[in-house]
Structure formats: structure tokens, C-alpha cells
Design a protein. Sequence first.
Length: 377
Amino acid sequence: MGFRVPGAGQASRRNAPPLPERARQEAPTMSIEAISWVIKQDIPDGVAKLVAMVLADYADRHTGEAHPKIKQLAQACSQSERSVQRKLRVLQDLDVITIQNGHCPKSGRQRANSYILHLPDVDVPGRNERSVRGDQNGAGSGKPSLRGDFGTPQISAEGCPSVTGEGDNVVTGEGDSPVTPIENPSDSTVRKESPHPPGGGAGVVQKQFRGNPPSASAERILQAGRSPPGRLTGPAAEQFARLWAAFPEGGRLDADRSMAERIFAALPPADRDLAVSAAGTYAAHLAKHPGRSAKALHTWLRTRRFENARPSAPPAAAIAATRVFVEEGTPAWNAWMAFRRARGEGRCATTSKAGYVNSGWYFPSEWPVAADGVRAA
């Protein structure tokens, strides 16, 4: 196989003359200067500034023109194509770039847009006469705007680039708008509002947090006092009012009163009484330990912290000193079991004691005694 020899007027790649020193330096220098110029511009929108920096990397040294596709910009900026379109409009409104809509001079067909950066040494024709939005048709003209990069140019019969159906289309009314106000910039992801109203319905109180200033704390405790009632009525409501008054102030500030009322309403009457009496004990305990913070009332009730105030069972030595051990299987034991069954009570627990063969239990007396003082057996 032979080698191809360059024809007349051609030079082999190996023997091609080197580029002039100026040509080798201008391209990278231009990118650095253009990007540095973009950094110095007052662009409040961070994504728009990123788009401008990518455009600066494409910009021509003498004309400031850049011809990247919307898809290329979106990939370089890690944004959606719609978001890049919006940011280009923001940059034009900030007088950082000019968007030139591409038209074929022979056929009038739409082709790819070009973007001109307003660099210090670049003269942009018609820059002062362009409208704020940069649309050639103007507002209210009734003609569709021909902005945006409509696709990949292809050479048509007229000799001008035409476009295919692929690429970036004009942003329509559905979804994102073509122009985004500067004071409310959009990101690549559109935030959707919650379908539920911001305010809660009846019986809903916003959760409170600690660390607020005293004025806010005072306002919160007033709001908690005015919160809608839960399921409490009658004596239970009065009990909860006493519980609320006796509970530590920090626990009331953090409390969801409506939830606390619902939890309190579900407690048995004995537990309600215990919770009311334990609230004062809990407040006194925290007063002795200033470094500890109070639990929120609804949490205190839900986790049954009030049971910490329940009297503990006396130790076995104290029981043995005041009660009588009755051995299981003896007549006295059988009498106690019959006495408990008559009162609707079940079989009691048993324990062992030294010196006895069988287990048994400590009772107030050897034999059960009725209410009239007569032995029940």
C-alpha cells in the first residue's frame, strides 16, 4: 500500500507552518477576559451568571458573538433547557447580552439564535433601540415571536440554514413562562405550591419551638391559652385546667394544647388525678434543678411521665413487719381466696419465706376480716 502525497497547494500536517504567536494566544486570552468581565457584572441570579460565563467561553474576540445551542448551554450549566432560556432573557433584561434572532435573508426562515456579550470593546448595533424584552415584533403586534433556538440548522435549497423539529422550542404558556422577573428567579426545578391552604383548620395549633425571645414566648403562651378545646367537658375540663396551671411554664410554651387535651381525655380517671397531682411535683423538681428543661405537656402525657410520681411499693422488710405471712394450702389461705373471690378479685401472687414448706403471701391479718369486724372465714 502506498502513501497519499499531498496535492498541489496542499501541505502535509507534519510540515504545516505553525500558527502565528498572536493566533495561539488570542483564543484562551479572550475566554479568560470575557469570563472575568462576566464575574464583575452585577447579576443577582446565580444561574443566570453561570449561563453568562458559559456564553463568555463561546464568545468571539472581536464581535462578542456566541453561537452555542440551547442544549449545549443546558449541559454545560447542568440546567434544564427551559431554565437556560429564561436565564438568557434575564441577562438581556440586565443589558449583559443581546439575543439576535436568526433569519435566513433569502427564505426568511427561522434559524439558530446568536448571542452578543456587551464586552467593553464590542459595539452592538441597535443596542440602545432594542426593547426591554428584545422581541422584534413588539408587544401587542399579534404576530408570533420568533425567539429561541428551534433546532439544528440544515442547508436548504435557498442556501440558508433551516431547522428541523428537534432542539429547543419556544417556551409556551404551559409550564414555564419565557420571561422570569429578576426579583423572583426560577431554577431548573419548578416549585409547586401545596394544594392545602397555609392555615390549619379548627383545633390545629402550630408547633412551637424553644429559643424564642421573651416577647414571642409570652405571645405563644397567650395563644395556647386561647386555643380551641379538645374533647374535654365537665369535670375532665376542670382537671385539665388545674393541670395546665400547675405545669412548668417551659412545658406550656412548647405544648400543643389541643393534642394535650386529647391525650388527657383518653386517660382513665385515676391517671388523670395522678397527672394533676404530679404536675406540681414536676414543677418543684425542675425549680430545684434550673439547668433542666421541661418536657412539652403533650409529650409528658403521651409518654406517661406522670407515673414517676406514683408511690412506690414498700420494701419486703416493711411488708413483713406489718403483715402476716399465710402459707398456701392452709385453711387461712383458702379463707383468703374465698374472700377475694367474693369481692371480685383474682388469685393473688405468691412468694416464699424461710421456714415454710409452701409459698404464700403477706395479708393484713391471718384470717380475712369483714367490714363489721367479724372474721370472714
